[in-house]
Design a protein around this ligand. Structure first.
Ligand SMILES: *[C@@H]1O[C@H](CO)[C@@H](O)[C@H](O)[C@H]1NC(C)=O
Ligand SMILES: *[C@@H]1O[C@H](CO)[C@@H](O)[C@H](O)[C@H]1NC(C)=O
Length: 175
């Protein structure tokens, strides 16, 4: 069991060295929810160029970012892992958390100050499938190893048993 736990820790460690998975989505074209993985990053194209726009980004009605003609303001809770590329209108969230799952809404005002259609999209954060696969493989390997060991022990026991009976049974027939 201890070895198994060690393997798990090793797998987690190895996984940490792999580049985090990046998911790309387009809020204006995608119809299905955007599905980044836990710990990965996600880039969401909101509009082509936000330079002259005023944007207000909400997650489940919580205002987390405003971008007013190039002036970016991100709330403290999001600052460390949220970027907005104004020139390409792309929002990037790194180190995605399960709690990022939700409905997003971006209110936008065009260069004339008129409000245009909201941009809406949803995030559906999923578990990191690669990590799950590694764990599953290790678990399977551990089970196989245990089965193998148990089989070996059983066989040895049987061999000693049958050896004993062979001695008794075969001795008269041999001679
Ligand atoms: C953001 O990063 C700074 C410096 O690394 C840290 O002090 C601060 O607690 C972080 N803020 C959040 C909300 O995680
Ligand atoms: C975005 O628009 C601004 C002003 O119209 C322009 O200067 C800038 O080059 C554009 N950015 C891109 C990536 O097209």
């Amino acid at each position: 069991m201890e070895k198994f736990l060690l393997l798990l820790v090793l797998a987690g460690g190895c996984h940490a060295f792999l580049p985090p998975t990046e998911t790309k989505c387009d809020a204006n074209q995608d119809t299905s929810p955007c599905s980044p993985v836990v710990g990965g990053s996600v880039c969401i194209k909101l509009l082509n160029n936000a330079t002259n726009y005023k944007l207000k980004c909400f997650k489940d009605d919580f205002l987390f970012m405003t971008c007013n003609r190039g002036n970016l303001d991100i709330v403290e809770a999001y600052k460390n892992r949220t970027k907005f590329f104004i020139g390409t209108g792309t929002l990037k969230i790194t180190n995605v958390e399960r709690s990022d799952t939700g409905q997003y809404k971006v209110e936008r005002y065009n260069p004339d100050g008129q409000q245009e259609n909201n941009i809406v999209f949803s995030l559906q954060v999923k578990e990191d499938i690669f990590f799950i696969l590694v764990i599953a493989c290790l678990a399977l390997g551990a089970v196989l190893l245990i089965v193998l060991v148990v089989c070996c022990i059983c066989r040895k026991k049987q061999q000693t048993k049958s050896k004993g009976s062979q001695v008794v049974l075969n001795t008269p027939a041999d001679k």
